[in-house]
Structures are given as C-alpha cells and as structure tokens.
Design a binder for this molecule. Structure first.
Ligand code: ADP
Length: 788
C-alpha cells in the first residue's frame, strides 16, 4: 500500500476502533486512576477474574490482589514509576487465586502529568501447569534412571529392588511404592497376589507386615485389576472413583489415588508395582504412566535375570551334588567290586582246580561247571558295571598305542569262529588286506567293542551265519585310515520299538534264557567307548531276519615298528621247572583261601612256599627265609602291602627281589602306586594261573617243564611206598577230591620218611595236572602192590 492512498481515520472513528480492539483482546486490560479506582476493564480481564465488566467500574484494583499483596503504590512512587512487569497471583471474585503475568504503565495527560495506570493481565495457569508437569516428569525420569541403575548394579536383588523402590517413591512424590508377585494356589488353581517389597515415605505406615496383603485372590478381591494388568494395561485413578469393593480395601490403607503397572517376565504376567498417594488425590499423566511402565519393564528384566541366576545357581549346586554323588557311587562301586572280587578269586581258582579232577561224577562236574560259569558271569557283570561307572564318572580314558590290527582281528576271528561253529553257524570273515599293519589306537577297548558285537551276533543267532566285515573306507587320507567294522547276523533280530533303546544300560529285549548269558550292559558300554573314540555305533534289524551293527573309526597308520610279541605260554600243562636251583616264594595275604590257592598251585611245581598273614609278618619272613620272589596282597592288617614293599625295598639285600602285587583293586591309580613303591608287576584278582606262571618265568631264571603223554603214562620205579593205612587214607582223600589235604598229607609223610619222595612227587605231579582219576588209579595200584 502506498502513502498517497492511505487515509487516516477521523479521531472519533479512530477511538471507536481502538476501543473495540481493546475490548476483544485475549489479554486482560484495566485502566485505573491514580487512586487505584478502576476506570475501564476489558471483557477478557473481567471474565478472567469472574466479574461482569460494569461491576468493576469504580472498584479499587486492590480487589484483584490477595490481601497480603494489597499495597497500593504511593503518589511519589507513581511519579517515579517507570512501569512494572511481574508475575503475581490474582484473586477471582469467588475467592480462588490464579497465577498472572502483569505489565503496568503510567498514562500521562497532554501536560505530561501521570493521570492513569494501564495494566495488562495474562492468566498463566496453563503455562505454570505445564512447567510443573515438565519438572515432575524430569524428576521422575531421573528417579527412574537411578532405579534402573540400582537394578543393573551388581548388588543382591533384595537390596537392589528396595533401593529402586525408594528412588521411585521419592522421584514420583509418592507415599508408598510396592511390589506384588503372582502365584498359583496349589489346591484350587486360583491366581493369588502377595506383597513382597515395599517403600514408604515418612508420612505413612508400612503395610509389608499386613497379612491381608498376602495370598489375595484376584478373582474375589479385584477381578478388574487382573483383567487389565494381565493385558499389560495399568490401573490408575483417584480411589474415590473406584468400584465400591476396591475403594473399601484401598481406603482402609489410607490410599487416595494410585497407579499400578504390571510386571511382565517373558510375556507372562508376573506381578505388579504400585504407587500410592495418601495425602492428595494425585492425577497421573500419560507421560508419567509411560515412564513407570518402562521402569516396570526394567524390574521385570531384573527379576528374569535373578530367576536365571537362581536357576544357574541351582544347576551349579545340582552339578556339584551330582559330581559328589557320582564320586561316591564310583567309590561304592570300586569298594563293592573289590569286596566281590576277593571271594570270586577263591571260587574261580578252586573251580579251575576241581574241574580237572578225573574222579568227579558227571553230576558233580556239572555242578562245578555251573559254579564256574556263574562265577565268570558275576565277574563279567562286576567288570562291566565298573567300566560303565568309570566311563560315566569320566575316570576312564583311552590308552592308545601302536598295535597290530591284523593280528588283533585274526585273534578275534579265530575265537568267534569256534564259538559260531559250536552253535552250528557259518562264520564269514572278510578283512580288507590293504589295512595298515600297525595302527595307533586303544586296542583293548576296540577289541572290547568288537567282542561284544560279535558275541551278541553269535548269541542271538540260532541258524544261518554271522559275517564280520572290516573295510577301509574311501574317505580316509594317509596316514589316517578310516576303517568300517560291520557285524551282520541272520538271527532273531530286534523289533523297531526296542532298537532305539538297545544302547541304554541294562536294556535287554529277549527272553530270559538268552538274557541270562548277558548283562544288558555290553552295548551301552560299547556305545560309550565308541563315543570316546569319536564315533558312534549304528544298528539296523528285522525281526526274524537278523541284525547288522556297524561303526567307522579313524585308525592312523603307525610308522613305528612294533616289538615282536612275546611268546605266549603254550597251551600245555606245566608240571614243574628246570632250574639250577630251587626257589622259595613268600605268599603274603591275610586271606587264608587265597594263600591256600596259591600254595596249591605253586608247591606241586616244586616251589618252596612260605606264608605271611600281614605286613609285619611279611617283613619278618623276608628276613628269615630270604625268598626268591614275593607274591604280595595289597590289603593286609598291621600295615598293608604298599608299606611292606616300601620297607623291603629299603633293605639292601632285597633290592632285586621280584615283588608281584596281587590285588582285587583294579584302579590304575592303585597300580601306579604299586609300581612307585617298588613292585615289579601287578596281578589283578581273580587271576589266571597262566598269567601267574608267565610272570614267574619272567622274573625267575627257570624253564617250565610240560607234561607229555609218555611222561604221564610212564611208571617210575619207586623206592618205597607209604604204609598201607597211609595209602588208604590218601586214596580216600583222592576219592573225595580233597586235594589240599591230600597234598598236605603227602608232605607230612615225605618229611617223616624221605624215601617215599619219588612216590610223593609222582602224586604231586598228577595233582598239578589236576588228574585226580590218575591219582586214584595210581594209589589203587600201589595199594594192590603193597598187598602182594
Ligand atoms: P547283553 O549282555 O544282554 O547281550 P547288550 O547290551 O550287549 O547286553 O545287548 C542288549 C540287548 O540287545 C540284548 O540283550 C539283546 O536283547 C539285544 N541284542 C543285541 N545284539 C543283538 C543281535 N545281534 N541280535 C538280536 N538282539 C540283539
């Protein structure tokens, strides 16, 4: 718009427009004279203070001010006055007050003299409220941050949650903040809530001891709360507006308004956190609710973490307990196996001797055979249980070394072929000839697996064949050689529902007749051993058709050459030894049966036997007899075999005396201890006589003499025979199979009359061969001779 076209309104018109503008202004405006009388108040000003405009004319502006602020300025002050801008509080007609922003100015007349005061007044209630809200929110946020910090800090949960509730209570200006946890009533399945933690301000009394706040069922106390909270929605408001039933409970606790927000753990409604205001009816804003929901989320996280830690702790404790239990189980099994092995040693030893007695009736022989087989079955079971427990308690480790794979397989094949053929089965063995001659692995454990699988194949097959295939698979790269072992039979097979369980311990599918021969542990042990070797056994089977078990294993080819395997004792009967001198053997064992067994085995061969029953006696007998070899039981009274060995090795004269430890304990640690104190060999009980003799040949300068047919039949001329009655008594002992007494009697006669030595030796020889029938025949013959 250009200056030429602008037309200034006439003064009257101008005044009219100005007045209208002032009238419709949002801002309140009053004009008062110098005495403070209101001359004019615009509409907004009158409305703001609750008056009609004309009501105000002539009233003193002091009516706007609460009494304490009513101090009208003096004239002098007004003359000096440069105007005023300030925040104040004004009074409405109804007596209520509200915050205002005031600006006053002096109005001057045409002479420049002050003649009136004009005041603009703005109602700043809303502005003040939002500032207050912002302040409250900031405080709450700070409190929330501090609370979360407590929950994250590395303190125990109880302390963390108590501190967090306190921080929130102070930040939210609350009187009480608390945490309720949900739980299910066992009998009814109802969901209950119980107060767990609480913080209260100084103004109210705590409710944590209030039993009415424990085990409260939602469904009867406040179903509305459950409906909201379980949907992750808060309950909030002024108690006065709540349903009557809720109001009753809440007012009883002095609560005037509250906010309750749910705590969810992994999307499950765990409980809630509540904020009570007891002194005023606090209106909660959405923003505050959002902040507290976030805090509740953090509390949920902290609780979840606490639960996880608790579970971890329980798991850790359970693990420690399980380890302790497993340790005591292993200990128990070790002891039990030791206790059982000792008597088994006697049983199996004597059945070995008795089996050779030619005078036994078929029934007796049968009975001895049963005792022997039962003993062996028991021994197998003990060994298997011990193996399994060792694997489970991780005590067993593989002991790999170089071994001749083809030799091991050939031995297995020979053994299994005989067993299969005895059952009328065909045994097919197909062994890859490209397998390396020497491989590195645990020969003993591999053989154990194969023996179990092949043994089962023969055991569970009545017709047809058992096939054993050993093949190199294509994948293996030299020097690693991947070998697949497969054992297939045409036996009774295993139904699918059993097949999945057969590798579990003590699982037996088939009838008692067959199961009697096994323990149900073989496959479980084999599978675990295979696991230790980094492989797995597989099985497939068809009922009535047969089964196949197979596994693949890495057997690295060895570059080392193996020592020649020692010559084993030929399977011939030993009847004595050739040596430049005789040998004395000290048998140290507290168990009479064990000593007798050893003596019965060794003295007929020509060894002089000395016995000791405990550690102390062992030392004194060593001194007295200076034996050539000591057979030493480890567990003995006074002091044990280990201590005895220690003492013996300190004596210069016995530095080079062979000591063979015999023990029912088969732990490797025990064996290690034996070697450390100075034993040269370890013979586990029950021992095989063959192994014992093999050890004697190793440590004593002797050669065994074997029985030959001619030797057995050859009648040697005798110098002298015992008296007839003596012969008769001996014959009775031989008939009754009382071999120990027979031997003892012979020794006694021999001591009293050395001329009968050739006769005694002859009988002893038969005794050694367990040829009881021959002994009987021989004595009978002499009896007849002595008759003549
Ligand atoms: P056991 O000492 O009883 O043989 P194992 O653990 O070796 O124990 O075998 C468990 C069970 O699996 C056996 O009792 C038998 O029922 C079944 N089983 C194992 N091998 C065969 C097989 N080749 N044919 C049929 N059944 C078998």
């Amino acid at each position: 718009m250009c200056a030429e076209t602008y037309k200034t309104p006439q003064p009257d018109e101008y005044l009219f427009q100005l007045k209208q503008a002032v009238e419709i202004m949002q801002l309140g405006l009053t004009i008062s004279d110098l005495d403070g009388r209101i001359v004019y108040a615009n509409f907004a000003d009158a409305a703001m203070h609750g008056y009609q405009q004309d009501e105000l004319i002539g009233k003193n502006v002091g009516i706007y001010a609460p009494p304490e602020l009513r101090k009208p300025p003096t004239l002098d002050q007004l003359k000096q006055w440069k105007g005023l801008i300030r925040e104040s509080v004004n009074l409405r007609k109804d007596g209520t007050v509200f915050p205002v922003w005031l600006m006053s100015e002096i109005v001057k007349n045409s002479d420049g003299e002050p003649c009136a005061i004009v005041t603009s007044c703005e109602d700043i209630t809303e502005r003040k409220q939002s500032a207050e809200t912002l302040r409250r929110q900031a405080k709450l946020l700070r409190g929330a941050a501090e609370a979360m910090n407590c929950l994250l800090a590395n303190m125990d949960f109880q302390t963390a949650i108590s501190e967090a509730l306190g921080k929130l209570g102070l930040a939210a200006d609350m009187d009480r903040v608390y945490l309720f946890e949900n739980h299910v009533e066992t009998d009814s399945g109802r969901i209950l809530m119980s107060q767990r933690y609480e913080w209260v301000s100084a103004a109210v009394s705590p409710q944590i001891e209030n039993l009415d706040l424990q085990n409260v069922p939602y469904e009867s106390a406040c179903p509305r709360w459950y409906a909201l909270l379980s949907q992750n929605l808060p309950v909030r408001g002024v108690v006065r507006d709540f349903p009557a039933k809720e109001r009753e409970t809440l007012e009883a606790q002095g609560i005037r308004s509250l906010l309750v927000v749910p705590i969810m753990i992994r999307d499950e409604f765990w409980g809630f956190i509540g904020f009570d205001s007891c002194q005023s009816e606090r209106e909660w804003r959405d923003e505050e609710e959002a902040i507290l929901l976030a805090v509740a989320g953090s509390i949920g996280d902290a609780l979840a973490r606490k639960q996880a830690e608790e579970e971890l702790r329980i798991q850790r404790e359970a693990k420690i307990l399980a380890e302790a239990a497993s340790e005591s189980k292993s200990e128990f099994l070790r002891n039990m196996s030791h206790e059982l092995r000792t008597p088994l040693n006697g049983i199996l030893g004597y059945t070995q001797i008795l089996k050779a007695d030619a005078t036994l009736s078929d029934q007796q022989r049968n009975a001895i055979e049963i005792i022997h087989r039962s003993g062996e079955h028991l021994l197998l079971m003990i060994n298997e249980i011990l193996d399994l427990s060792k694997i489970e308690s991780r005590e067993m480790s593989l002991e790999p070394c170089d071994f001749k794979l083809p030799d091991m397989l050939a031995m297995l094949v020979d053994m299994m072929r005989i067993r299969a053929e005895q059952k009328g089965l065909e045994f097919v063995a197909q062994i890859d000839h490209t397998l390396p001659a020497i491989v590195y692995g645990d020969e003993k454990r591999l053989r154990q697996i194969l023996l179990n699988l092949l043994g089962n194949a023969v055991k569970f097959t009545d017709h047809g064949k058992v096939a054993f295939h050993v093949n190199r698979t294509a994948q293996g790269q030299y020097p690693i050689c991947k070998v697949q072992f497969s054992i297939e039979d045409t036996g009774i097979g295993i139904a699918p529902e059993h097949l999945e369980h057969i590798f579990s311990a003590f699982y037996q599918v088939h009838d008692a007749r067959r199961s009697n021969e096994g323990t149900g542990l073989g496959l479980a042990i084999s599978q675990r051993l295979a696991g230790m070797m980094g492989t797995e056994l597989h099985a497939e089977s068809l009922v009535g058709k047969g089964s196949r078990f197979w596994f693949e294993i890495d057997l690295p080819a060895s570059q080392l050459l193996l020592l020649q395997t020692e010559n084993r004792l030929e399977d011939q009967r030993i009847i004595g030894f050739n040596a430049p001198t005789s040998f004395t053997i000290l048998i140290a064992d507290d168990n009479q049966t064990n000593r007798s067994l050893l003596r019965d085995v060794l003295s007929p061969l020509g060894f002089k036997i000395v016995e000791a029953e405990n550690g102390a006696e062992t030392i004194s007998k060593m001194r007295a007899h200076a034996p050539d070899l000591l057979l030493l039981d480890l567990v003995m009274p006074v002091f044990d075999g280990l201590e005895a060995t220690r003492q013996i090795r300190q004596m210069p004269e016995f530095q080079q005396t062979p000591i063979i430890a015999i023990s029912a304990s088969v732990s490797t640690q025990r064996q290690q201890e034996c070697f450390e104190v100075g034993c040269w060999a370890f013979l586990p009980k029950p021992f095989s006589i063959q192994t014992l003799l093999e050890l004697l040949r190793t440590y004593l300068p002797l050669e065994w003499r074997y029985a030959s047919e001619e030797e057995c039949d050859q009648q040697e001329p005798l110098d002298r025979l015992p008296a007839r009655e003596e012969l008769h008594a001996l014959y009775q002992l031989a008939l009754g199979g009382q071999l120990t007494r027979l031997r003892k009697r012979l020794q006694e006669i021999q001591t009293s009359d050395s001329r009968i030595t050739p006769f005694a030796q002859k009988i002893c020889q038969y005794l050694q061969e367990f040829q009881v029938k021959k002994i009987q025949a021989c004595i009978r013959e002499y009896m007849e001779d002595s008759h003549e």
